[in-house]
Design a binder for this molecule. Structure first.
Ligand code: GLU
Length: 309
């Protein structure tokens, strides 16, 4: 079967230069190698989701010259496969319902949580027993996370060894909103869509280890290959955000910047010469081995270069 990748935007806002670069690299790898591309809208991220952003994101991707072979399926419209997966996890005793609040977890956890941006749920907080059946879809459910390193080879980031028990502990796979958490939804969708290659931002490298645990807990075959693209950051080294200036693609478009200029800047950030080009030219020239392995800095000079096109 053909290799398959996916473009999986979350409709939490407009595309900026950082996400656009990741999507462009994802698309270029696929088109060079003859992989199938599925567009998938990941709209399960609770309150941050703006359903009206979906059309805008698709329109921006098309304006840049990207296309796809199937989609978009929208996560929230078909929960049945995630419900089946949860029934299987709960029935096998691999996930448990959890009513603790973040505050309770933070105060009960003995290890200091300073500086951690994610709350770790230690094994000591697991309930002594629970009903091994997915009986309450309006509760949070957590996966039982074994204390062992998950090893995998990332095609951009290199060999990885990540122990989710140390990073996050028993993480949430189902939320009390009555919907799967990101970590479960991604695995269920990647598996049923036959995704063989996951290309996305390096902020999700830790998540790859969690997702591999979910594949294994569900007994699913066909774990994907991962390609985590180093992030675009601001001059302060932090991931691209509003305070670094308006880097939304739509804003450049509104100012009259051509798509070839945007692709040209992204090319300069991806190991190619910075010059205006189409997405197809980018795909032909792109060499995965030349992609910078460290974060790329979006500088005021980059913004000026775009605005002068
Ligand atoms: N929806 C995520 C994002 O927009 C990507 C998740 C994934 O690729 O697994 O960053």
């Amino acid at each position: 079967m053909a290799r398959t990748t996916r473009l999986a935007p979350s409709p939490t806002g407009a595309l900026h230069l950082g996400n656009a670069r990741t999507f462009l690299i994802n698309w270029a790898l696929a088109r060079r190698n003859g992989w199938r591309i599925v567009l998938r809208v990941e709209d399960l991220d609770g309150p941050r989701i703006k359903p009206e952003a979906v059309d805008g994101i698709m329109e921006t991707l098309r304006w840049l010259g990207l296309d796809w072979d199937a989609g978009p399926p929208i996560h929230s419209r078909d929960l049945a496969p995630s419900l089946d997966a949860m029934e299987s996890l709960a029935g096998a005793g691999k996930a448990f319902p959890c009513a603790l609040t973040r505050g309770q977890i933070a105060s009960a956890a003995s290890a200091p949580q300073d500086g951690a941006h994610e709350l770790r749920y230690p094994a000591t907080l697991r309930p002594p027993d629970w009903e091994e059946r997915f009986h309450d879809i309006e509760s949070n459910w957590r996966l039982i996370v074994p204390d062992l390193p998950i090893r995998f080879e990332d095609s951009f980031a290199g060999p990885q060894s990540i122990n989710p028990a140390e990073v996050i502990g028993d993480f949430i796979v189902w939320t009390k909103r009555g919907a799967p958490a990101y970590q479960l939804a991604v695995v269920v969708d990647d598996h049923r869509q036959g995704v063989t290659d996951v290309v996305r931002g390096a902020d999700l490298l830790d998540s790859a280890a969690r997702q591999l645990l979910v594949y294994r807990a569900l007994g699913l075959k066909g774990e994907p290959s991962y390609w985590h693209v180093p992030l675009v950051v601001g001059p302060d080294g932090k991931r691209l955000a509003k305070r670094h200036g308006d880097s939304r693609i739509d804003e450049y478009r509104r100012l009259g910047v051509a798509p070839s200029a945007v692709i040209g800047l992204l090319a300069g950030w991806s190991g190619l010469e910075r010059r205006p080009m189409s997405a197809h030219e980018f795909a032909e020239a792109f060499e995965p081995s030349a992609l910078p392995r460290t974060p790329v800095v979006f500088s005021p000079g980059d913004d000026a270069w775009l605005n002068s096109r």
